[in-house]
Design a protein around this ligand. Structure first.
Ligand code: ZN
Length: 247
């Protein structure tokens, strides 16, 4: 099975459409969505409808999804994120708000080898930024391969008999990473809709469960269109500016 792995779409339909178009040639079978479908961007309803049209194998909620359907109060958000969450809450259709409300909390195992979470397997809202955090997460994973999001930073952590290591993949367009037997992995494919690693291109992954190969990908999209939607919606302009620099 070839799994399309997308995280942190953040209501950026232009980025999401570019990812789906790029992934079309990759013959993927089922999709895994790691949360934060909405928040920051200007097309929350369109993104939810795209996700539904994929008939994903699993979708879990992120902190922005919770804030947008008022399962969380957004008090820990900065004022820009809170303004976007309030705008999103008002813009969602009743049907899509109900969909977000029903999204399960991670982690969820999708087979004997793969699980997904938004932040960390031990806490859906925790950010994994460094090797100690990754080590704590690897202590608590239920499967040898755990995909996560939330930080918007592509990264691969690996645990084997030698210990824990981590690296940031340098992805020109596609990078194939064979996953070794007998090791445990914690992999962030990066963000579709709001990358923060200094590369504005949308990020996604495809994992081939038979070949045990993870492919990390980056794709250009019309940042200017996503920005215009943000300006036109009256969302904080900083949310548009950051897309251009991938921060
Ligand atoms: Zn996010």
């Amino acid at each position: 099975m070839r799994l399309l792995i997308v995280s942190d779409i953040h209501a950026n339909v232009d980025a999401f459409d570019a990812v789906l178009e790029a992934a079309e040639g990759e013959r993927w079978d089922r999709a895994l969505v790691l949360g934060d479908l909405v928040g920051y961007g200007a097309e929350p309803n369109a993104v939810i409808e795209r996700v539904l049209s994929l008939n994903p194998l699993a979708v879990i909620r992120g902190n922005h999804d919770k804030a947008a359907c008022r399962l969380a109060d957004a008090s820990d958000f900065n004022h820009v994120a809170r303004a976007a969450a309030m705008w999103t809450a008002e813009t969602l259709t009743d049907e899509n708000r109900a969909y977000l409300t029903r999204l399960p909390m991670g982690p969820i195992s999708t087979d004997d080898t793969v699980e997904i979470c938004h932040g960390a397997p031990f806490d859906e809202d925790h950010y994994i930024f460094d090797l100690p955090d990754a080590g704590h997460a690897l202590d608590t994973t239920a499967r040898p391969i755990c995909f996560f999001g939330h930080t918007h930073l592509p990264v691969v952590y690996r645990r084997d008999s030698e210990g824990d290591t981590g690296f940031v993949p340098e992805v020109e367009h596609h990078l194939d990473l064979p996953l070794g037997d007998g090791a445990r992995y914690l992999i962030n494919p990066g963000a579709v809709g709001q990358p923060r690693d200094g590369d504005p291109r949308a990020a996604f992954g495809i994992y081939d469960t038979q070949r045990r190969v993870m492919t990390m990908s980056r794709v250009d999209y019309r940042v200017d269109l996503a920005q215009k939607r943000i300006f036109d919606a009256g969302l904080p302009p900083s949310l548009a500016h950051r897309l251009a620099v991938g921060r």
